[in-house]
Design a protein around this ligand. Structure first.
Ligand code: FAD
Length: 370
């Protein structure tokens, strides 16, 4: 009989579970939620936070209050290891939580191997809250002069972060910052030509330089070394080099995919331990490889809620069916955006309006007053 449920991470795939904790409590279950921060930040609005268009309170969910309002236990802590045999989770504080059912949405991180330990003014794009620290530091640098701001990475996050930086610098017209994207081999290489053309035109119009054909091999305070030997001396560096799933599952010896994400079947259930579920960036979906985008995490919400409840009620699980094509909208600053869905690529002010509306509606669904 299911009595103890442990929920790790209040990420994008857990929001529906978190807002329905009473459904578990009604059935006599005790629910504990573990998260290293009282808040979870919505990544879709992260670049807008950096740009200064959103306040932190507009883009975050107050997980702690959400949980406690429903009588759940909130542990301001971090899961360090899972013991699937004893069915326990050890937290950073040393506390041990026992579970009958475990759901994991602990996300991903940007590997920092190329960054020298102790390097200053280097900010990773994850966790999203670090964009707030970067914003404050960029503001300080703008007050001191004309800084050179670097973005290392060649994907959509790099594009949005560079555009966000440009929007932020516009508030200081007297100090025109230089912005450079170090895009690796090719900017937006996994996307079609049409998107790359529009993105390049956009970067040009925002006076953002894009350097292709070489990867950053070392990042240090005011220093980027490329693998073709060139050295640059930016004042600040944002790292958007792609993400890897949390190492929690590998460390715990749980079955993982090649990318070290928790290996789950079509029910978002561990392939070996049927009482463990997972969603979002931290999983490796066995039926097919999934891009690490919030779109999948958001659509996994009803499946995770249903399947956790199904385990409590002893009824049938539902499969997760990823969308064949999904829509992404990149915030390019200046109230403009680029939309991509399959071969369709559109851009303009209305695109950003659409994104802003979708994002704000999503926030409204789960936000509670702080
Ligand atoms: C700048 C940027 C912009 C993006 N924009 C978009 C977009 O517009 N659309 C889109 O589809 N995708 C976007 N993405 C991708 C998107 O961020 C990810 O796919 C999404 O964040 C995955 O959600 P998640 O909940 O799995 O992970 P996360 O958002 O990383 O959340 C994980 C949660 O788990 C907690 N946690 C971490 N470790 C532990 C632990 N050990 N124990 C307990 N709790 C833990 C964290 O505090 C966090 O609350 C963007 C990414 C970036 C970097």
């Amino acid at each position: 009989m299911v009595k103890k449920i442990v929920v790790l991470g209040g990420g994008h795939a857990h929001l529906l579970i978190l807002s329905n904790l009473n459904k578990f409590r009604e059935r006599g279950c005790r629910v504990s939620v573990v998260q290293p921060s009282p808040y979870h930040y919505y990544s879709g609005m992260g670049p807008g936070l950096l740009a200064g268009s959103y306040n932190p309170s507009e883009i975050r969910f107050f997980t702690q209050k959400m949980v406690q309002n429903q009588g759940g236990e909130f542990c301001l802590d971090k899961a360090e290891t899972i013991d699937p045999i004893k069915r326990t989770v050890e937290l950073q504080s040393g506390q041990i939580l026992e579970y009958d059912l475990l759901s994991c949405n602990v996300g991903s991180f940007v590997p920092m191997e190329i960054v020298n330990p102790g390097a200053k003014d280097v900010f990773s794009v994850k966790p999203i809250v670090s964009l707030l620290q970067a914003r404050e530091r960029v503001r300080q640098l703008l007050l001191q002069g004309n800084p050179h701001l670097a973005v290392v990475g060649g994907g959509p996050a790099a594009l949005e972060i560079a555009a966000g930086l440009r929007a932020l610098t516009r508030a200081y017209p007297g100090t025109p910052a230089r912005i450079t994207i170090f895009a690796g081999h090719l900017f937006l290489s996994r996307f079609q030509e049409r998107l790359r053309e529009i993105a390049e035109q956009t970067m040009h119009s925002l006076d953002i330089a894009v350097i292709e054909g070489a990867y950053a091999k070392q990042v240090d305070t005011k220093k980027i070394v490329l693998n073709n030997g060139l050295v640059y001396k930016p004042d600040l560096c944002m790292l958007a080099t792609g993400v890897r799933p949390s190492l929690l599952f590998q460390t715990s010896g749980l079955p993982t995919g090649l990318d070290q994400g928790l290996l789950v079947n079509k029910y978002l259930q561990s392939v070996t331990y049927p009482e463990i579920f997972g969603g979002g960036d931290c999983i490796s979906f066995q039926p097919q490889s999934l891009d690490r985008v919030g779109v999948h995490a958001v659509r996994q919400n009803p499946v995770l809620l249903n399947n956790l409840l199904a385990k409590v009620k002893n009824i049938t699980l539902k499969p997760f069916r990823p969308q064949k094509k999904y829509m992404l909208i990149f915030n390019t600053g200046d109230q403009k955006g680029i939309l991509v869905r399959g071969k369709l690529v559109l851009s303009g002010k209305w695109v950003f309006k659409l994104k802003d509306r979708i994002d704000r509606n999503f926030m409204k669904r789960f936000q509670i007053p702080e």
